[in-house]
Design a protein around this ligand. Sequence first.
Ligand code: ADP
Length: 195
Amino acid sequence: MPDALIALENVRFAYPGGEQALKGVSLRIEAGEHVALVGPNGAGKSTLLLALVGFVPAEGTIRVGRVELSRATLRDIRRKIGLVFQDPDDQLFMPELAEDVAFGPAQMGLGPEEVAARTASALEAVGLAGLGRRSPHSLSGGEKRAASLATVLSMRPEVLALDEPTAGLDPRSRRRFVEVLRQVGRTWIIATHDL
Ligand code: ADP
């Protein structure tokens, strides 16, 4: 069998002093698949997404293409998989929105022109062109969600991992968010209650 884009084998993780949140998860995701992680609160969806990019140190094997997740490959994996956190306030921390969107590409070592171009196109893609100078804290709930997505889109990851991206959005913002996702295409993994 050829390498899957993402392959998990027997992934386990327990929070310190507590819950066994992941109890031997194995799955394969091929390039171009749109995968929904569906389950009740506490099922481990968020934990699985965090494990995928090494934010929680799970046991077992996580592979992205031929690269196995380890301390040495963490940076590489996080370039390939862009995680949009459940709470936009975890994603937005700079004084201005455009700085948040530029942060990832700048960390990747791209030059200032490329960073500026990616920032502009990510803001445009999520419908926030023109709001780059705003403080993230001044954005509405829907705009914050869109802004979080932009901070990840600007890194042009192969895979978008989204944790409850439509939670708290009104029907219109939700439709808009789904529309944006469709346009940015590629491979998605979405933890959601929003079937
Ligand atoms: P879901 O995203 O499906 O709602 P989570 O991954 O957030 O589920 O949680 C899985 C389990 O891990 C739950 O039992 C939850 O209480 C527990 N858990 C989540 N985060 C933490 C944490 N930071 N510390 C301890 N336990 C946690």
